[in-house]
Design a protein around this ligand. Structure first.
Ligand code: MG
Length: 306
């Protein structure tokens, strides 16, 4: 789709909102200050200051605000952004992982496939950047996503396997890359129409590094793959993937807590060290490989607490 993206100041965006007052769309995306449609062109102004002009006479509409400039002079506040992938507002796949910073519990990853058809439903369910959501909201939204039959795939890298991979010399980045690859493959297998859809990966490594990890395991680079930092705020598919991955991590933590008889702490704080020390004393080092990422510094700190 034909589109362009520009960065504007808050004042400029406020002016635009006034200008498009009569054409505002009733349900702008969560991350947008407003969305409007004029002469076949959709204008979406994001809270980040980015404004997307899409379809219709998009260049003409944008030039009303940019003065026709596509590049800007040094020192100008109005600079041209590296364009976001053009498929963000069309059918696409988004991926994210959870649990990578938590000593206890697995690492999970999820891919969600969002189509123009199910996009409004996702917005109604409340899918948005999970960093701004409480755990119980994450769980509720994930349940609604599953109920709504949104195509997705999910993998859990259990602690035994995580620790095995780590012993093989794999970095956490490599593990993440493999998990992202697996969920992309699965969701594409599930949905025929997703085969050629663009993919947004919530970026955790330089693209070349990510691709090197896949190649090192003989895996192909998925077609139409894009890497974006803070991707949850640009892509509703990444936001959905992120919620699904996080909810799975939380439910796995609940299961582990039930199995170990202790409500396991998330993160990698001193409280985590204390719980690890308790397990080391009661159940020994082998047990830790079943419930923790043992290469974290918490293991050594826990040993010092014993
Ligand atoms: Mg992420």
């Amino acid at each position: 789709m034909s589109q362009s993206v520009y960065q504007f100041s808050t004042e400029q965006i406020e002016k635009m909102k006034q200008h498009y007052k009569a054409s505002l769309k009733p349900n702008p995306p969560q991350s947008a200050s407003f969305s409007a449609k004029v002469n076949g062109c959709t204008i979406t102004a994001y809270k980040s200051g980015k404004v997307l002009f899409q379809g219709g006479q998009y260049e003409q509409e944008a030039s009303k605000w940019t003065g026709g400039k596509t590049t800007t002079k040094k020192g100008s506040t109005q600079r041209k952004q590296k364009p976001l992938p053009s498929f963000l507002n069309e059918n696409h796949i988004g991926t994210d992982e959870a649990g990578s910073g938590d000593y206890f519990g697995p690492m999970t990853a999820a891919a969600a496939y969002v189509t123009n058809e199910n996009r409004p439903l996702l917005e109604r369910i409340g899918v948005r950047d999970s960093k701004n959501l409480r755990d119980d909201d994450v769980i509720r939204i994930a349940k609604d996503l599953v109920k709504a039959n949104i195509p997705y795939s999910l993998v859990v890298l259990r602690n035994e396997k995580y620790n095995e991979w780590q012993k093989r010399g794999w970095s956490q980045g490599k593990m993440k890359a493999i998990l992202h690859y697996q969920v992309i493959k699965k969701v594409r297998e599930k949905m025929n129409s997703a085969k050629d859809a663009g993919i947004v990966v919530d970026q955790f490594a330089q693209p070349a590094v990510f691709e090197r990890y896949l190649k090192s395991e003989g895996l192909p680079i998925p077609k139409h793959i894009h890497y974006l930092t803070k991707a949850e705020s640009h892509s509703i598919a990444v936001a959905a993937g992120s919620i699904l991955a996080r909810a799975k991590f939380l439910s796995e933590m609940d299961k582990l807590s039930a199995a170990t008889g202790i409500t396991l702490q998330k993160g990698a704080s001193h409280l985590v060290d204390q719980q690890a020390a308790f397990f080391l004393k009661e159940k020994g080092e082998d047990f830790m490989t079943t419930c923790a990422k043992v290469h974290f510094a918490n293991t050594e700190k826990a040993k010092r607490l014993m």
